[in-house]
Design a protein around this ligand. Sequence first.
Ligand code: ATP
Length: 216
Amino acid sequence: MNISSAIGVFGGTFDPIHIGHLRLACALRDELGLHEVRLIPTGEPPHRQPPYLPARVRLALVQAAVRDHAGLVADDREICRQGYCYTVDTLREIRQQVGATTALYLLIGGDSLLQLHTWREWQQLFTLAHLVVATRPGFAIEHLAPEVRHFWQTRQADDFAKQSAAGTIRTLSLAPLDVSATQIRAKLQANEDVSALLPPAVREPLMTYLHCKKTQ
Ligand code: ATP
């Protein structure tokens, strides 16, 4: 088992990346002792409206946010791919690159877990990676779809020696933080200050982009 090179995968719209995302990526790295966590902004999200920020801006902000954080890497594969991007395809691609024995840890928020049964080939995710869940305020296991709850109950990590490359579920021990990109976009539209919700390295480039857009 290739534990020393275990990799974290954290996909999202990152519209824009916020302090909640960065805190989660660092916690994933630190709690699981990962040498690398890849933050992968999605190109065209299959389940959602087109993002507020264009893909190249969301990627640039993720790159700025991770710059001073050891082990965090911005991964542009979904933005470079044409058409819809599904997590299962991204994980297949990464699995092919890293080989069968490297442990992969896919990080998702509790709200995403509530939707997991709607994701393309969601059961296959467990053949490709472990799932790590970051609960959000209000998260309750009873709200999970029955088929996801079954996975939740039967796949709880019992390999604390980390002997497998995929297949378990665990939660991060981090306390939930009530911050979302939706809140940030709403505040921006109301001309409210969002700096406290953004990683410091993201504030200036985001404000510059929004200012240029307004004055175009
Ligand atoms: P939006 O408000 O636009 O839906 P978001 O803040 O949820 O955005 P996404 O880019 O959609 O951010 O999130 C990427 C992943 O990070 C998702 O799995 C989401 O559940 C998770 N996530 C984002 N913010 C938090 C948070 N504060 N706590 C736990 N998980 C989070």
